[in-house]
Design a protein around this ligand. Structure first.
Ligand SMILES: Cc1cc2nc3c(=O)[nH]c(=O)nc-3n(C[C@H](O)[C@H](O)[C@H](O)COP(=O)(O)O)c2cc1C
Length: 247
């Protein structure tokens, strides 16, 4: 068959061969892209770096309300993340409910008290010490919103059987980073909180068994006088290795 005369979307041309695509195979559209002049590229890169250098995790939140649309925009931005086999294996549970936030805080603090008192190995507590964290989690009730990211470990296939998701942890990690960037870009703060263990969140938030809580992220304004630990970030030389023939 001559590919040029074939009108069926189920045929496409790759590596000089005509192949019949699987039923429901992806159809292709042109990439939307326009060239960015190199001066603009660098300007944007530098201003993005400057913006991201200002991002900090604070544990002190104001109770001031935040519009629901802000949270929706952050979740929609995060959901543009690349994901293994485009399965988008995430569920974002957004909570603005005093009652539920109290329950969440009580359950998280109960677990965290056990962790800090009994379960935490020394190698862990020594790196937490400079951050000043403890089992008391006021951000869960102070912040107007708490967003919990659940990772979908499995997916329901069209034939009704359960199949795995692929690289769900990596995909959710990337999406969480984009959520954090969106929140910061909109001028708010968040805290990537990982209560340990997190099993209680599935039951409390009524999520199905194949979903596993990964991160609890309060979102809001910083409290007046909010503080952050005095820490420093690694330099480029400490985090990157280049193999660059043009250097
Ligand atoms: C996966 C992950 C888990 C974290 N868990 C907690 C946590 O449970 N409690 C907390 O107070 N901060 C937590 N953090 C925040 C880190 O302590 C914080 O990002 C780090 O100290 C660097 O500070 P910065 O975000 O201001 O640059 C976590 C961050 C990440 C990425």
């Amino acid at each position: 068959m001559d590919v040029d005369t074939c009108e069926s979307p189920h045929y496409f041309h790759r590596e000089g061969k005509v192949r019949m695509a699987m039923q429901d195979a992806a159809s292709f559209i042109p990439l939307i892209w326009s060239e960015t002049p190199s001066s603009v590229m660098l300007e944007r890169g530098r201003s993005n770096l400057a913006l991201m250098e200002e991002r900090r995790t604070t544990r002190h939140f104001s109770t001031r309300d935040v519009a629901r649309e802000v949270i929706e925009l952050a979740i929609r931005s995060a959901s543009t993340a690349p994901s293994g086999a485009h399965l988008q294996p995430w569920t974002w549970v957004a909570i603005r409910s005093a009652d539920l936030q109290v329950k969440l805080r009580e359950a998280a603090e109960e677990e965290e008290q056990k962790t800090y008192a009994e379960r935490m190995p020394e190698a862990w507590s020594e790196v937490l010490e400079p951050l000043g964290t403890d089992a008391v989690k006021p951000h869960l009730t102070d912040a107007p919103w708490v967003v919990v990211l659940f990772k979908q470990k499995k997916r329901l296939r069209e034939n009704g059987e359960w199949g795995p998701t692929y690289y769900a942890t990596e995909s959710c990690g990337i999406a969480a980073g984009m959520f954090i960037q969106a929140v910061h870009t909109m001028g708010l703060v968040t805290l990537t909180h990982t209560p340990s263990p997190m099993g209680f969140l599935r039951e409390l938030l009524d999520r199905p068994k194949h979903e596993e809580a990964m991160l609890v992220m309060p979102v809001g304004y910083p409290a007046e006088g909010a503080e952050v630990p005095d820490i420093h970030r690694k330099s480029l030389d400490e985090v990157a290795v280049f193999f660059d023939e043009q250097a």
